[in-house]
Design a protein around this ligand. Structure first.
Ligand SMILES: C[S@@+](CC[C@H](N)C(=O)[O-])C[C@H]1O[C@@H](n2cnc3c(N)ncnc32)[C@H](O)[C@@H]1O
Length: 202
């Protein structure tokens, strides 16, 4: 997925030696919501080829940890703070494998997960919802009180109900479309801050 279309962000990523144009999305979200800090423990779901990880690694520094999980391997990231895990988030063993590499509670989690598309709309939408729901389960089990979760969602049926699910356990949930996200793409990001597993009245 890395450098697949030659727009301004693609050229900028090439020029600056970034792994993917996706880097600019997390950079922009961070400059708006100020989520990353030195020493944090961060989990990234759907992290290959590692563009976001490179950015987060700089922000959390060597006293922090950023674990990137993906179906594909991710090479050559600075360690510390980076660790990687080749895994499927839908695999029941994955939670234990995450914990072995980054002990909870976590300060934050990010998900840029995108299902492999089949071209069959109903199947793609069902897959997309399945990985999102599982991402939220994994994150809720590991996030510290006050922690944050940033995740990519595709606009459509899933968005409203997923947003409502987040509002049940985060004090603030904001929709954001970074400039680096293509206008033609239905992707949008939900930025949820102030994790509190006890909020449930909304
Ligand atoms: C848009 S890319 C992530 C880009 C990344 N944030 C970056 O900056 O380089 C989405 C990733 O989600 C991964 N993915 C999709 N389904 C997955 C699953 N079930 N388990 C783990 N990773 C998955 C894909 O392999 C793909 O690498």
């Amino acid at each position: 997925m890395a450098f697949n279309r030659q727009d301004g962000y693609y050229r900028q990523a090439k020029r600056e030696g970034k792994r993917s144009r996706a880097t600019y999305k997390i950079e922009e979200l961070d400059s708006r919501f100020k989520v990353f800090k030195k020493g944090q423990k961060i989990l990234e779901l759907g992290a290959a080829p590692g563009g976001w990880m490179e950015y987060i690694a700089k922000r959390v520094g060597t006293s922090g940890v950023v674990l990137g999980l993906d179906l594909q391997s991710i090479a050559d990231l600075p360690a510390p703070p980076c660790k990687t895990l080749v895994a499927d988030i839908l695999d029941p063993e994955t939670g234990a494998r995450i914990d072995a590499l980054i002990a909870p509670p976590l300060d934050g989690a990010v998900s840029d997960l995108a299902p492999n598309l089949t071209g069959i709309k109903a199947t793609d939408q069902a897959n997309s919802i399945a990985i999102l729901e599982q991402a939220l389960i994994l994150v809720k089990e590991r996030l510290a009180d006050g922690g944050f979760f940033i995740c990519k969602v595709f606009q459509g049926n899933e968005l409203k109900s997923f947003q409502l699910q987040l509002k049940k356990c985060f004090s603030k949930v904001t929709l954001a479309k970074p400039k680096a996200s293509r206008k033609t793409s239905t992707e949008i990001y939900l930025v949820a801050t102030g994790y509190d597993g006890n909020i449930s009245s909304q």
